[in-house]
Design a protein. Structure first.
Length: 339
């Protein structure tokens, strides 16, 4: 039974023992993310007031224009985690390469790497629509005491020890998992404290919401087109409702609460898919599975994919279990008819 009015800080301490390595390091790391999230939240909330809107003038490695808040959030998370000497490395959607971080006494003894999408849904900043942050945490696989290497970051999602997202919405929430279910905490901005508002979050097994950028329909694979037509047919609880915010975090959060499916397939413009395996799909997939949902590229479990590069993209289908299974069925049928 969750304790009434429990804060995130209290929850982290109470549940520290659930974690098999339990040295307190992971708890301190999640605490640092909580702190950085407050700093970013403060900045996001005043985005309409100060001259922080608009493109910063740079493009990131993937050729997308960076918004000022992307840059701010990226720096806030990297600075917090670096200053606290708590991780051995960070990879960010906004950085070309991973960053090596020294621990206390200038050593390389820290055990965890963090991968982060500092500001997700950045095209929504200018229009006052919810954005988020996504994070993913692994134990390094190279020996402690040596600098991290690329292979510490290129682990399959099934090896994540924790993952979460922050949603800067009508209220600010942190939702995360350490592999023991999913818990959500809502920020009380008046006192800067997160409260345990959403214990043990679960995707409903079935849902009636589908979330996809249907403007790209003509470029979708046949299986996705077929599944969308299925969503729109009049039969039983269909047609489903279409909801698409364009911030992955917000779309997933809503679908986890109400029941639904999120789809970002490969398209002509993005032949590998658009979403990034390491910063977006893996953490969201870990959360989805911990909440009883599924995440797939249409043919295999996202968490089983062996990453080959930091900024790798994959097609992404995630949400209520029965909906994802149905979408996979359509995709696999269409594929088998090709041959
Ligand atoms: P980011 O802002 O980190 O680049 O991510 C944007 C992603 C994701 O949040 C969202 O679901 C998707 O891009 C929206 O893409 P479209 O505008 O192509 O629909
Ligand atoms: Mn993103
Ligand atoms: Mn981003």
């Amino acid at each position: 039974m969750p304790q009434k009015n429990q804060t995130l800080g209290e929850f982290i301490i109470e549940n520290q023992g659930e974690f098999k390595y339990s040295s307190g390091e992971l708890s301190r790391l999640i605490n640092s993310i909580r702190l950085a999230a407050k700093v970013v939240n403060h900045e996001v909330n005043k985005a309409g007031l100060v001259d922080i809107l608009g493109a910063a003038g740079d493009t990131n490695i993937q050729g997308e224009s960076q918004q000022k808040l992307d840059v701010y959030a990226n720096e806030a998370f990297i600075k917090t985690l670096t200053n606290r000497e708590i991780v051995c490395g960070i990879a960010s959607e906004e950085e070309d390469h991973y960053i090596t971080i020294k621990g206390r006494n200038q050593n390389h003894d820290n055990k965890y790497v963090v991968l982060i999408d500092p500001l997700d849904g950045s095209s929504n900043i200018d229009v006052n629509v919810s954005v988020g942050t996504i994070f993913s945490i692994y134990r390094r696989i190279t020996p402690s005491g040596t600098p991290v290497t690329l292979e510490d970051f290129l682990q399959p999602g099934s090896k994540q020890v924790a993952a979460g997202y922050i949603i800067y919405g009508t209220s600010t929430m942190i939702v995360y998992t350490t592999g023991h279910g999913v818990n959500g905490f809502t920020l009380n901005p008046a006192i800067g404290t997160y409260y345990h508002s959403h214990p043990n979050m679960k995707f409903p097994e079935d849902g009636t919401i589908y979330s996809v950028n249907e403007g790209n329909y003509v470029h979708f694979p046949q299986g996705v087109k077929d599944y969308i037509k299925f969503c729109q047919e009049e039969e039983g609880n269909r047609p489903y409702t279409s909801r698409y915010i364009g911030s992955l975090v917000s779309d997933i959060h809503r679908n986890m609460i109400k029941g639904g499916i999120y789809i970002y397939p490969n398209t002509a413009k993005n032949p590998e898919g658009k979403l990034r395996l390491l910063y977006e799909c893996n953490p969201v997939a870990f959360i989805a599975e911990q909440a009883g949902g599924l995440a797939s590229d249409g043919f295999q479990r996202i968490l089983d994919i062996e990453p080959t590069e930091l900024h790798q993209r994959v097609p992404f289908i995630c949400g209520s279990r029965n909906m994802v299974l149905k979408a996979e069925e359509f995709m696999q049928n269409a594929e088998s008819q090709k041959t």
